[in-house]
Structure formats: C-alpha cells, structure tokens
Ligand binder design. Structure first.
Ligand SMILES: [Zn+2]
Length: 80
C-alpha cells in the first residue's frame, strides 16, 4: 500500500468521524442501546501485593439506553 493511500484512508476515517459516520464503512450512525462491560475481581494475587491486580470482565453489565451510536449498515458501534 502506498503511503498516500494510507493517508487518504486516515483522512477519510477522520472526516467520517466528524460527520458522525461509521468509521468502518461510512454508513449512517443511529443511537442505540448497549451493554457496558463491568469489571469484577480485585483480589490480591499474592500476600505481598499492595493493590489488587487481577480483574476480569463479568457481572451483569450496565445497560445504557441510547448510550452509543450504531452503524445501520454494518453494526459497528462506538460508545465514546
Ligand atoms: Zn458501518
């Protein structure tokens, strides 16, 4: 891939993001619900540990209404 092509793709994605379009296919983004991952755990691995280091995704998840934008074409979603 030529460096110019790469720059073009980056620029295109940037423009799509600015326009609120899907970063993958440029489709229209619509508000949708999503389930936010929650983190559980926090046990100390060793007695010498000062802070818990082991976390894993689990729990019920947090349901967020209209918390994300979803592409109507490919289903790609963003939550930021
Ligand atoms: Zn898309």
């Amino acid at each position: 891939m030529k460096i110019l092509d790469y720059c073009y793709i980056l620029l295109q994605r940037f423009v799509w993001k600015m326009m609120g379009r899907c970063r993958k296919c440029g489709g229209i983004m619509k508000p949708g619900d999503y389930l936010e991952n929650t983190w559980v755990g926090g046990d100390l691995d060793f007695h010498s540990d000062q802070f818990p280091v082991t976390f894993y995704q689990g729990g019920k998840g947090k349901f967020i209404k209209n918390g994300c934008l979803k592409c109507v074409y490919c289903g790609w979603s963003i939550s930021d």
